[in-house]
Design a protein around this ligand. Structure first.
Ligand code: ZN
Length: 302
């Protein structure tokens, strides 16, 4: 039976308005809706008076202006970046110019090359954090302390930020309510992604605030469903290989029923990520380099 993911797509907000969503947490949504961003990038503000901003968002001057207008009379002390996709980090530059606040992130964009065709929003190759943050690091401000949780998979530099005192986790694009995450090699890594989901299952956070869409209030159920979904997808890919369907585009055709044409490439990259994981585990082989156009086959005995 197909895994049911408890998606959440009820999302009320107003573009351009910094709105309270929970005690000490506010959010403003950028007007960059797309098949990968849902209604747009949700930029979070934590604290009151002296605040941290998480993921300033895409390079949209109107978004930064609206954020600054919403913060009139307050002081931005920290700019936190979950990862370096173009819908998350580029506005850090304008926000820093306006406020002087330092940026915090795992590191610059990695994997692949500047200018290569990207699915999703592509990499922000210009962002370099002022302070490099590692797994478990604490970032303290006025009335709040974040714990950084390194969650590679969607990108290798993805961080979630927890507020351990309030049971909140800002989950970035690692765990979202409205959709599964895009895992696109070379920077996206399926094995790392599933390990990072397992890592969250071992934590006690009570509510997740993703960058796109509404909060997730039953995070373990949600994360468990994502893990089951990936296992199911992997089993489907192995079935395809057993049935002699060896190419990624043909596997997508067979497994993704009713897929919007605009999402075909992302689906192909996701299947590629699974195949690279299976190659890494010695279960699958490719004729030639294990790229998006290769023929894949089961290793004898699998
Ligand atoms: Zn992303």
């Amino acid at each position: 039976m197909a895994v049911e993911i408890p998606f959440r797509r009820e999302f009320s907000f107003e573009y351009g308005r910094l709105e309270p969503v929970a005690p000490t947490i506010r959010r403003i949504v950028a007007r960059n809706p797309s098949p990968f961003t849902f209604r747009g990038t949700g930029t979070y503000v934590v604290g009151q008076g002296e605040v941290a901003v998480i993921d300033p968002g895409p390079d949209l001057p109107e978004h930064v202006q609206a954020l600054l207008a919403g913060l009139a009379g307050e002081h931005v002390t920290h700019i936190l970046i979950t990862h370096t996709h173009r819908d998350h980090s580029p506005a850090a530059r304008a926000l820093q110019q306006a406020t002087g606040a330092p940026t915090y992130g795992y590191g610059p964009h990695a994997g692949g090359h500047r200018g290569e065709p990207a699915v999703e929003e592509g990499g922000d190759w210009d962002f370099v954090p002022d302070t490099t943050v590692c797994d478990g690091d604490r970032i303290a401000g006025s009335g709040w302390v974040f714990e950084a949780v390194h969650t590679p998979g969607h990108t290798s530099n993805h961080l979630c930020f927890a507020l351990p005192d309030s049971g909140v986790l800002f989950s970035g694009d690692h765990v979202m309510g409205w959709s599964t995450s895009v895992i696109a090699p070379p920077d996206g890594d399926m094995a790392a992604y599933v390990r990072s989901l397992d890592k969250l299952l071992g934590r006690t956070d009570a509510v997740y605030w993703p960058t796109h869409g509404p909060a997730i209030t039953e995070p373990k159920e949600h994360v468990g469903a994502f893990i089951a979904h990936r296992r199911e997808r992997e089993a489907g890919i192995l079935d395809c290989l057993r049935a002699g369907v060896w190419r990624i585009d043909a596997i997508v055709e067979r497994l993704y029923i009713g897929l919007q044409p605009g999402l075909r490439r992302a689906a192909g990259r996701s299947v590629h990520a699974h195949l690279l994981d299976l190659v890494g585990r010695g279960m699958v082989d490719s004729d030639g380099p294990a790229n998006i156009d290769a023929h894949y086959r089961l290793v004898r005995g699998v």
